[in-house]
Write a protein that binds this ligand. Structure first.
Ligand code: NAP
Length: 334
């Protein structure tokens, strides 16, 4: 049996935690996601180093989904190996999430929002991770073909069964979020959290979603807060072969790294430097500003990035002039 990991005793001193909406659950202001870099195509030693390192930095919130890999499902297996291995004494210090909503297996029951798919998928995720329960189970995206009552009813029953402690939704627009929250309240299982994309380069939640979450008492975990790495210095000297845009991922094409984007990010970088932050730290602090977002859900390809990013919580406040300056840069035509 693997020797248990001995985490740093001071791990909770540097991180900040915020209550998720009106719930009693506090989340680390930085969460770690497993969409990229934790599949069976990746080097296990690096995955392990990132998870143990994140835990040592006070990150308590870990975000998975049935389809993360590649191959799909393998990120949950990688994470399960660590959480049931060296971190096995620390399950109660972690908030572990999974999701279903995108295509996961063949046939009519491996995609969407049906009760049939959600229940089966969570059972598969628990088996892959070797866990009895997840802390948060999400419906990953709206499914217009399934009645909202069916999807929410499945989430409520999953929570009642104890296989998840809380329920969440992801990628739902504001109006559907309000309807989902109302449905869940009526079922006696409040929706804990919404997971939208949100960054300086992608501001759709400002158009009604953040207001809806505040009114419904839901928390917000913002994914891709670094725009998959574009809001860092990763591309300042070209597109590295080991970067997301330079590698095998189909989700970030190198065409996104334009001279116009670089002009913006270099200008933002100058503001970050004045604040004593890296561009990544300032981009994360900007998403967390004003506490409307509970936690930023970052990705990483190496531990050094996580170490850089958690320092964002040391300076979350912005002077009004800084926000104006950032706004001017962001509004320049791309
Ligand atoms: N609900 C949904 O539909 C949905 C969709 C997408 C993602 N998510 C969740 O959100 C998580 C994060 O998404 P994401 O990976 O796109 O987030 P992100 O934080 O915007 O981007 C992460 C990438 O940025 C680069 N990076 C991170 N920190 C850096 C630093 N300090 N300096 C330089 N580069 C840095 C790395 O790129 P390199 O790999 O190039 O080093 C890293 O892989 C996912 O893992 C997943 O859990 C959810």
């Amino acid at each position: 049996m693997l020797t248990p990991y001995v985490p740093k005793p001071e791990r909770y001193s540097g991180m900040k935690y915020l209550r998720c909406g009106q719930s009693g659950l506090r989340l680390s202001r930085v969460s770690l996601g497993f969409w990229h870099n934790f599949g069976d195509v990746n080097v296990y030693a690096n995955c392990r180093e990132m998870v143990l390192g994140a835990f040592d930095l006070g990150i308590t919130s870990y975000d998975l989904a049935n389809n993360y890999g590649p191959c799909p499902g393998s990120a949950e297996e990688t994470f399960g190996r660590i959480v049931n291995g060296e971190l096995r004494h620390y399950r109660d210090e972690m908030v572990i999430s999974s999701k279903a909503g995108y295509r996961m297996w063949d046939g009519p029951y491996g995609d969407g929002g049906s009760r049939k798919y959600l229940m089966a998928s969570l059972d598969q995720s628990l088996r892959r991770m070797g866990l009895d329960y997840v802390d948060i189970f999400y419906h990953h995206r709206p499914d217009p073909e399934t009645p909202l009552e069916e999807t929410m009813g499945a989430l409520a029953d999953i929570v009642r069964s104890g296989k998840a402690l809380y329920a969440g939704i992801s990628n739902y627009p504001a109006d559907l979020t309000r309807a989902a929250a109302k449905t869940m309240r009526a079922l006696g299982v409040p929706l804990l959290i919404h997971q939208p994309s949100y960054s300086m380069l992608n501001r759709w939640p400002e158009d009604g979603l953040l207001d809806a979450l505040a009114e419904e008492g839901m928390g917000c975990i913002a994914f891709s807060p670094l725009a998959q790495g574009l809001l860092t210095d990763r591309y300042f000297r070209g597109v590295p072969a080991d970067s997301r845009a330079g590698g095998a991922s189909v989700f970030l094409h190198p065409d996104r790294v334009t001279p116009e984007l670089l002009a913006k990010t270099q200008a933002l970088n100058a503001i970050a430097a004045r604040r004593g932050q890296t561009l990544a730290q300032m981009a994360l602090a900007w998403v967390l500003r004003g506490d409307r977002v509970t936690t930023v859900l970052i990705g990483a390809s190496r531990l050094a990035q996580i170490q850089d990013n958690v320092k964002a919580v040391d300076k979350l406040d912005f002077a009004p002039e800084e926000l104006d300056e950032i706004e001017t840069i962001l509004k320049k035509d791309a």
